[in-house]
Design a protein around this ligand. Sequence first.
Ligand SMILES: *[C@@H]1O[C@H](CO)[C@@H](O)[C@H](O)[C@H]1NC(C)=O
Ligand SMILES: *[C@@H]1O[C@H](CO)[C@@H](O)[C@H](O)[C@H]1NC(C)=O
Ligand SMILES: *[C@@H]1O[C@H](CO)[C@@H](O)[C@H](O)[C@H]1NC(C)=O
Ligand SMILES: *[C@@H]1O[C@H](CO)[C@@H](O)[C@H](O)[C@H]1NC(C)=O
Ligand SMILES: *[C@@H]1O[C@H](CO)[C@@H](O)[C@H](O)[C@H]1NC(C)=O
Ligand SMILES: *[C@@H]1O[C@H](CO)[C@@H](O)[C@H](O)[C@H]1NC(C)=O
Ligand SMILES: *[C@@H]1O[C@H](CO)[C@@H](O)[C@H](O)[C@H]1NC(C)=O
Ligand SMILES: *[C@@H]1O[C@H](CO)[C@@H](O)[C@H](O)[C@H]1NC(C)=O
Ligand SMILES: *[C@@H]1O[C@H](CO)[C@@H](O)[C@H](O)[C@H]1NC(C)=O
Length: 889
Amino acid sequence: MVIRGSKLIQILVFYLTGLHCMEMALTGAVACMDSEQEALLKIKEGFKDVSEPFSSWTAEEDCCNWRGVGCDNTTGHVTMLDLHSRDPSSKLIGKVSHSLLDLPYLSHLDLSHNDFQKILIPDFIGSLKYIKYLNLSNANFWGTIPGSLGSLSHLESLDLSGNGFFLRAENLSWVYGLSSLKVLDLGGVDLSNTEDWLDAINMLPSLVELGLFFCKLHKLPQNFNHVKFTSLKILDLSLNNFSSTIPDWLFDIGHSLVYLNLSRCQLHGVIPDAFRNLTSLMSLDLSENNLEGPIPLTLGLFQEQGERNRSSSLRKLFLSSNGLNGSLARSLAQFSQLAVLDVAMNNMEGNITEAQLQKFSSLRVLDLSSNRLALKVSSDWTPPFLLETIGLRSCLLGPKFPQWLRSQKNFSAIDISNAGIVDVVPDWFWNLSSKIMYMNMSFNELKGHVPDFSSQHQLSELDLTGNNFSSPLPRFSANTRILFLAKNSFFGHISNLCGILSINNCLNYLDLSSNNLWGEIPDCWKYGQNLIVLNLANNNLSGQIPNSTGQLIRLNTLRLENNILSGEVPSSLKACTELTALHLANNRLLGNVPTWIGENLQKLEFLSLSSNSFSGNIPRQLCQLQNLNYLNLSSNSLSGAIPPCAFPGMMIDYFDTNRDMSYPYMAYSDSVKLTFNILDLSSNDLSGRIPTEVMSFHGLIVLNLSGNHLVGPIPPNIGEMANLEALDLSRNSLSCTMPASMINLTFLAVFDVSFNHLSGEILRGGQFATFSDSSYIGNPQLCGSPLSKICSSNESLGDPHCNTEEGDEEKQGIQKEEQHGFKIPSFYLSMGLGFIVGYCGFWGSLVLNKSWRYAYFRFLGNMNDKIYVMVAVGAAKLKRKFQHQQAPK
Ligand SMILES: *[C@@H]1O[C@H](CO)[C@@H](O)[C@H](O)[C@H]1NC(C)=O
Ligand SMILES: *[C@@H]1O[C@H](CO)[C@@H](O)[C@H](O)[C@H]1NC(C)=O
Ligand SMILES: *[C@@H]1O[C@H](CO)[C@@H](O)[C@H](O)[C@H]1NC(C)=O
Ligand SMILES: *[C@@H]1O[C@H](CO)[C@@H](O)[C@H](O)[C@H]1NC(C)=O
Ligand SMILES: *[C@@H]1O[C@H](CO)[C@@H](O)[C@H](O)[C@H]1NC(C)=O
Ligand SMILES: *[C@@H]1O[C@H](CO)[C@@H](O)[C@H](O)[C@H]1NC(C)=O
Ligand SMILES: *[C@@H]1O[C@H](CO)[C@@H](O)[C@H](O)[C@H]1NC(C)=O
Ligand SMILES: *[C@@H]1O[C@H](CO)[C@@H](O)[C@H](O)[C@H]1NC(C)=O
Ligand SMILES: *[C@@H]1O[C@H](CO)[C@@H](O)[C@H](O)[C@H]1NC(C)=O
């Protein structure tokens, strides 16, 4: 993750608008007018609960000396009113008083960062004749921007940003009147209806700074002649959906432009050569678009025609998350003056040598992550730069640990994950930088001892997942927020954990899964109020789940699967009402499935209690879980009927839901959230019929009810589960014919109804042409291909008794030794990559949806089995969803 500097814009705003002058305290002999003092007091009355800044507004004090008030030092008129709040707790709440009009010489009005409670921007603001500076940003104004603002012909700076999309403009014809305007910031204002935005802006020849980011703009005119705003220095159009190429008129702005931000604008096409015309550009951000092709060789070489060797102005270049390709090494010569180079998440390739980096003496931020790059430098290389951010995720750096890092003593963020390093981490590395805030070295084969981090007070995120570190659990400072140590060989008693969870800790994410930790989970969660994800899976933890786990009230994910935990699930857990994933599979837990899971954990999406010793009925209370889309209670001793739940969560197509895939939420520790809709109740002692409600789970991908004592017919509406990819009903006592509607299960890839009492003819066509006889064996009355038994004419009609209620169905005992495990992973793994590539191209499927791509690159880097299976099983779905928008080659 790169921490981007945006100081430039701040510095420019500061100098360009001369605001620093306004802040000078104006003291002088001239006193405040009575009428204006009165007006100010009325303005104050417009606000509720007034403490700051009004404590200095007393009758004894001349109003020119009141905080936030400024007067002309010769006439005594109030010219400035600055009531912006400096921090969220001191926001003024209220309305804008008419009495502003009684300050006739007001030229500077700042009401930003207050709360005007969704009122319209008052029309009368347009009557403040001499106003030059108007700042109503982040002040909770709603509605249409009044056209009266257009009469403020002296206005030089207008900021209406940060009020949200509820503030909107139907058109921008009102800006035509703002002939003195230099700064216009409408960030976050809904301008989706303003077809004319560019024409309007073109009426502002003095414009120096324009902020139209996040404005729902959808049209970036391609042809536009006579650009008149040629003094523009700062242009921010980021976060709009233009769905277009980069237009030529941008380059007509010419020499003035210093800062250009077009990130996240859905731009496509190539980066035009004409960027060379923007000869003063210092910061260019084109990140998170769909740009493709190579980086033009002129980018960064912004020299005037005829002039040679004039050093380029460009200092910061952000091109990450596009589809840029070609050799990066070839472009490096033109970038040597840069302080920031970010080309992460593209398809750039090549081997970068130390010679190519030798001139980069100003470089501070380097992010080459997730391309196809290798850094080939000698072990004694000393780079010319001192980096603050090192982003080399998925760049080939190994197999030796990069020695050149030893010279970098100033970084606060480093990501060398998935870099092919197979080595011991040298001791000097751990002591390099005391500023370190973010460190990701996951998915290498790093070895050695991990030191004590308790004196690294800045360290906020550490990810060492997927290495061969073999140490007792290190200690950390209380400031650590994210700690991923999974998939290593950290060893020792889990009680060492309590050191991490010291008083006042900030820990949000803790993943210690897949290590060699043992012992009883300590009862030290009382300082865990900040924990969002706790993953202790795949260790050797024993004993009971401690009662104090219930004190983790913000917990979203709890994973304790694959340990040897015993006893009942403590009912204190019902206080963890934020839980969306509870994974306790494969332990020795017993007792009833707690009813409070359904009653209290209303946000639950993922619940797995499989492979424990739970007994009793499946509680009906589980039906209350509106968001549940993964339920696995398999391999327990549950009995009774399947409750006729109608889980709404299972009706939603997994791929249509918007899951939060942002880092670190979707990180490895939380990969359960990447699982698709599953209902698995297999290998229990469940009896009765399959409730027809189950068949309405349109979003279900996997349904496994095998290995129970279920009777009666397969519900005739089973064909409604249009997304089903795996169906296992084997080893029950189901009877009657296969329902005709099953032919509609067009994505079915795994199918098993063996060892039941089904009768009649096997369905023909559709997916049923692809299954072998092992899907059907053990049903003596079933006939037709692929079984060898040929159907006689009355057999194809099936059993005539089937539609009647059959209470006397013979319950056949299942033979547990016959179990052959549910076969999803092996099935799909055997199809492997070829399956995916064959359907949509492995990269294709990931490139098409950015969030998937992020999830993939950030956390996997290399293949992670779990996700691999997930991608594989979901491939048919991905194919369907994306095939019509296959990335153009
Ligand atoms: C460009 O805009 C995006 C989104 O508004 C922002 O996150 C990013 O920091 C900006 N880039 C620069 C260089 O300021
Ligand atoms: C009045 O203000 C101007 C700038 O606004 C300043 O240059 C001048 O020195 C001030 N005069 C007095 C008497 O403070
Ligand atoms: C408006 O005020 C906010 C803070 O209150 C500030 O960050 C912003 O830069 C101001 N806008 C302009 C254009 O000066
Ligand atoms: C612009 O929108 C306002 C309403 O906000 C409307 O009154 C005005 O007629 C519109 N002007 C044009 C030129 O469409
Ligand atoms: C962007 O706009 C295009 C065409 O107008 C539309 O198809 C697409 O869904 C939009 N994308 C987003 C993210 O809004
Ligand atoms: C860039 O500048 C060159 C020479 O000044 C000019 O011929 C060309 O038209 C400009 N390109 C664009 C796209 O404005
Ligand atoms: C990069 O170096 C490797 C050997 O280390 C070589 O096999 C590969 O062809 C090189 N790639 C390019 C693009 O030069
Ligand atoms: C948890 O609490 C229950 C009663 O609420 C108590 O019986 C049990 O012993 C406690 N378990 C532990 C490990 O403290
Ligand atoms: C399959 O689905 C279609 C469309 O939903 C429906 O018309 C048809 O009756 C279904 N076929 C069977 C055999 O249920």
